[in-house]
Design a protein around this ligand. Sequence first.
Ligand code: SF4
Length: 390
Amino acid sequence: MSIITVNPKTRSKGFKKENLHINNNLINQKKIRNKIDNIGNIKVYNLSLEDELIVKKIITSYKNFFNKQNLKDDEMILDGHEILEAIKIDKLKFPRYLVYRYKYNMYPKLHLLGDYPPCVQVEPTSFCNFRCIMCYQADKSFSNKSHGYMGFMELDLYKKIADELEGNVEAITFASRGEPTLNKSFTKILEYSSNKFLALKMNTNASMLNEKLIHSILSSDLQTIVFSIDEKDKEAYEKIRINGNFDRIIKNLELFNEIRTKHYNRDDKIVRISGVKINDRQNVEHMKKKWGSIADIVAFTNYTPWESSYDNPVNEVSNPCSELWSRLFIWHDGKVNPCDYDYKSTLSKWTLSNRSISNIWNSEEYNYLRESHLNNQRSKISPCNRCINA
Ligand code: SF4
């Protein structure tokens, strides 16, 4: 019987409520209201006029929320894991966090565009030591070395990226097509990112963790560490995470947890165990029992058939894709792509070797892609016509 049994018609980002568990009973909107009430004079945060207006809009959104009024289309309050992130954010940085989340969540809905994307996904490597059944690594025409897609990001390229993004983008995620910790410069990448960004995140399969790497991760500026795990027991895990050794993952995570508890402030970072929801057997309550002592959040993300992006049937999804306004992906070699559904970068017309990130984000070709989606022409673009991302 196939392990992948779900067949979604569309996919939204984030987590469905039933697939998310946050390990903290104290998390609630009242805490955020306290932080909102404490913002005080907006001028002291040195925000641009546009960003000040966003903070004011969120303050109004919270007033409406607590007065039990419906939010307008351009209003937003934080939700789910954002509340945990926001609670941990320093008071002086909190307005910046609000602006970042507003741009990430609302700009795709309002089709607004800033000088930079709200979040940048940086791939330290496209190599992976796993071949998970729902991942592009399962596509041999991509993951076999001979096809030319595999490589590692040079530290100098990352420095160039970080230098441009510092002060312009709050969120960088180290992940995409490969396992970031396979890059021998990964700890140097983390070091170079220090004090530059508000929401640094990494995704890892946890297979390469050792004492040294764990200290590097925990002493870094990372806000969130995501361990990609989809099941609670060995047999089911190893059927999904091909090449993964469940016993080793448990050993590594126990070591991580021991070092985190002994040497670091557990409140400093957010640890998430995150799987992909590929069948109905996976259950967040079961995952919580297994991983709740290690992770602050246990969750499943929504599945899209990434393992067969270019062979999926052409579909009828016609709404504009949110990725075009929320994130930009930078591959190991400096190639820039709008998403990782298109893991062979057939949409890409851009490389950092001759253009800046801001220039690419606002380029004619990128805007043409956005316009096509807005004008109901998504079906004419490959592989958007086979993709279910909403
Ligand atoms: S393939 Fe197109 S529709 Fe799918 S995530 Fe990428 S940009 Fe969006």
